[in-house]
Design a protein around this ligand. Structure first.
Ligand SMILES: O=C(CO)[C@@H](O)[C@H](O)COP(=O)(O)O
Ligand SMILES: [Co+2]
Length: 217
């Protein structure tokens, strides 16, 4: 049995009452708070940045899992650490010097994670997997909440699980996009450790109960 961690994505929170939604996550069985940072360049949407993360960190009692969907993340590693990130995820597609970026994240004391877009094969991580704390598999094209899960993601997770078992068994697999109870159960079966879920949690009648149910799928 793999670990079953849950990371609610605040992209689907009520931004006019963000503090309340963070308190809800604090009181739930969630393991992390997933924060989606979008720059309007790498992805076709703009979300929020460092000032919001700082404020979330003031209220949050769970570690911040910061997913950077920005075209040039390197200059922002230190600012995101100062803002309160515990896990920093960069996209493979945005980092020509990925090894350097990962070393920089780790040297700041954060967990280092790399995200793959749906079209990026897992074998690109062959020579960096030993350095990673986590891999984030996008199961939708990044940029928006509420999209439909891409089924090819299951195959990628199984392949990644094999790579991790042989090269770095401590590395976690996180999956992001279109996660609900049905896809979530399949993802845990395929080898996922951490499920990100935004719209499914925040649109549910009882988000705390929804988070609890994810933990026992
Ligand atoms: O990174 C992203 C989107 O790019 C995600 O973290 C979304 O916030 C997930 O939303 P749902 O698919 O769960 O609604
Ligand atoms: Co995300």
């Amino acid at each position: 049995m793999t670990t079953r961690f849950v990371a609610p994505s605040i992209l689907s929170a009520d931004f006019s009452n963000l503090g309340q939604d963070i308190e809800m996550i604090n009181e739930s069985e969630a393991d992390y708070i997933h924060c989606d940072v979008m720059d309007g360049v790498f992805v076709p949407n703009i979300s929020f940045g460092i000032p919001v993360i700082e404020k979330v960190a003031e209220v949050a009692t769970k570690p911040l899992d910061v997913h950077l969907m920005i075209s040039n993340p390197d200059p922002f590693v230190v600012p995101f650490r100062k803002a309160g990130a515990s896990i920093l995820t960069v996209h493979y597609e945005t980092c020509p010097h990925l090894h350097r970026t990962i070393q920089s994240i780790k040297s700041e004391g954060m967990k280092a994670s790399v995200c793959l877009n749906p079209h990026t094969p897992v074998h690109v991580l062959d020579d960096i997997i030993v350095d990673l704390d986590m891999v984030l598999i996008m199961s939708v094209n990044p940029g928006f909440g509420g999209q439909t899960f891409i089924k090819n993601s299951y195959k990628k997770i199984r392949l990644l699980k094999e790579m991790i078992a042989s090269k770095n068994p401590k590395c976690l697999i996180e999956v992001d996009g279109g996660v609900n109870f049905e896809t979530g159960a399949n993802l845990y079966d395929a080898g996922a450790d951490v499920l990100v879920s935004g719209s499914f949690i925040f649109k549910s009648d009882d988000p705390v109960a929804t988070i609890r149910k994810f933990k026992s799928l």
